[in-house]
Design a protein around this ligand. Structure first.
Ligand code: SAH
Length: 214
């Protein structure tokens, strides 16, 4: 099967798994996931599974990307912050559904690779930053939407502070490797109202930046 029909097959599978939002499905269909996985895994690019992208990190499972994107409830007017660029796949999907995506990664080589894919795919509404995403991106705050693609024991306070009132935040919370819960927070004047979206498994949100990778 060629990549385009494999992608169509994946979209069908996502629909069968309850992703009914047509704009989210169209965004996933528009991004060639095979470009975001290492060459050795290209033939698995359309399996519905997470894959290694180097440096101990992973590109998230398509169903999880779809669920998190769906939960953000994006429009073309939204300014979105992503923590954990990784391969850049989730950011690429978000770029199709929002006004601008700001994405932060603590592994410089991963960020550089993602940036080159954004250029190749003409995704010009993505701004990138090398750094610790737990502190957010104060100069660009507030954000209408925030998505964290690494798991933390607690939601970093800076991210809550940088979310606009009425804004949505999607974040996996829990210990490394197990028992993490995907949370959706909607910010009210009185604080974050939280909903649980189910169990997930993400790599940990780590402090600071990765040393020695220039
Ligand atoms: N959204 C990515 C998923 C990457 S996995 C994708 O679509 O491929 C999570 C990423 O979060 C890893 O690349 C990891 O290096 C990064 N990360 C972990 N802690 C971080 C932090 N504090 N700040 C920024 N990035 C972080």
């Amino acid at each position: 099967m060629d990549m385009v029909s494999e992608r169509a097959q994946l979209i069908l599978g996502l629909r069968q798994n309850g992703i009914l939002n047509q704009t989210v499905l169209a965004a996933l269909e528009a991004i060639p996931r095979e470009l975001f996985v290492p060459e050795t895994f290209a033939r698995h690019a359309y399996d519905d599974s997470a894959l290694p992208i180097g440096r101990g990190q992973t590109i998230s499972q398509p169903l999880i990307v779809a669920r998190m994107t769906d939960a953000l409830d994006l429009t073309r007017r939204h300014k979105v912050l992503e923590i954990g660029t990784g391969s850049g796949y989730q950011a690429a999907v978000l770029s199709k559904l929002s006004r601008r995506v700001y994405t932060i990664e603590r592994h410089k080589p991963l960020l550089r690779e993602a940036e080159s894919l954004f250029r190749i795919l003409d995704l010009h509404n993505i701004s990138t930053r090398f750094g610790d995403g737990a502190v957010g991106w104060a100069e660009q705050a507030p954000f209408d939407r925030i998505i964290v693609t690494a798991a933390a024991p607690d939601i970093p306070q800076a991210l809550i502070d940088q979310l606009s009132i009425g804004g949505r935040l999607v974040v996996p919370v829990g210990p490394d490797g197990e028992n993490q819960t995907l949370l959706l927070g909607i910010k009210a004047e009185t604080g974050l109202e939280l909903q649980e979206l189910g169990g997930v498994r993400f790599v940990p949100l780590l402090p600071g930046v990765e040393a020695g990778n220039g």
